[in-house]
Design a protein around this ligand. Structure first.
Ligand code: FES
Length: 240
């Protein structure tokens, strides 16, 4: 009896290529790409590092949906026994399934071209460690968005990013909101100003595609709504 096979179409830089590989129990999409590379296409370019959902480097489009491939089981996403795997949307492709992440991280971290949402401490190593109350509402807001793994799945899911390259995107604005709420951050005011400027929170249409796609269950739309509410409160002189 022949073993079951899986048909995989990979959108390579040279064009779409179909591969047949054995269907296995508990196979992840990253397992599939690895098997294709090891047995059929040694020159196939793709990225991964941890294989356990921590590093955020393995994201790809799977049957049209951005996903972290090391934690996506084939059985949950295969349509008609097949998979179509493409590089992440909204990012330039370097080769095959590898995208250039420069613009994504620039929007996140760069102070001129992005939100500059990189933590800058307000204390020195000689200061006593400040006690942070985890129940404090601002800390709770920061904690709600802090576990981002930088996979760019939300960025690929976002239609506003697709039509407006100037939009900072869900990941950068989510990170900005965590810093705005972090009492230890010396740069929270500057980050907030950049997140509220052109291309910032005001450009979000609240479609929520980022929330649906986020593999670690974050809610960037809620973070962006927080930035919008803060902007309005400041406009009407109501910010505390
Ligand atoms: Fe690290 Fe998938 S390989 S998150």
């Amino acid at each position: 009896m022949s073993s079951p096979t899986l048909t995989v179409e990979i959108r390579r830089s040279s064009g779409p290529v179909r591969y047949e590989i054995p269907a296995r129990e508990n196979q992840t999409v990253l397992d599939v790409v690895t098997e294709v590379q090891r047995r059929h296409a040694p020159d196939l370019a793709y990225r991964f590092a941890c294989r356990v959902g921590v590093c955020g480097s393995c994201a790809m489009m799977v049957n049209g949906v951005p996903r972290w491939t090391c934690r996506t089981h084939v059985s949950k996403v295969a349509e008609g026994g097949g998979l179509t795997i493409e590089p992440l949307r909204n990012l330039p492709v370097i080769r095959d399934l590898v995208c250039d992440m420069t613009r994504f991280f620039e929007k996140w971290a760069d102070r001129d071209a992005g939100a500059g949402a990189v933590f800058q401490g307000s204390a020195t190593r000689d200061d006593p460690l400040p006690a942070i109350d985890p129940e404090d509402p601002a800390r709770a807001r920061a904690n709600a968005g802090i576990e981002c793994i930088n996979c760019a799945v939300c960025y690929a899911a976002c239609d506003v990013v697709a039509w407006d390259d100037g939009y900072l995107g869900p990941a950068a604005l989510n990170r900005a909101w965590t810093l705005v709420n972090d009492v230890r951050a010396a740069n929270s005011g500057a980050v907030k100003a950049r997140a509220q400027a052109a291309g910032g929170c005001g450009s979000c249409h609240s479609h929520g595609a980022c929330v649906e796609a986020c593999p670690v269950g974050l809610n960037p739309t809620r973070s962006i709504a927080g930035l919008k509410r803060r902007s309005l409160a400041e406009l009407f002189g109501l910010a505390g």
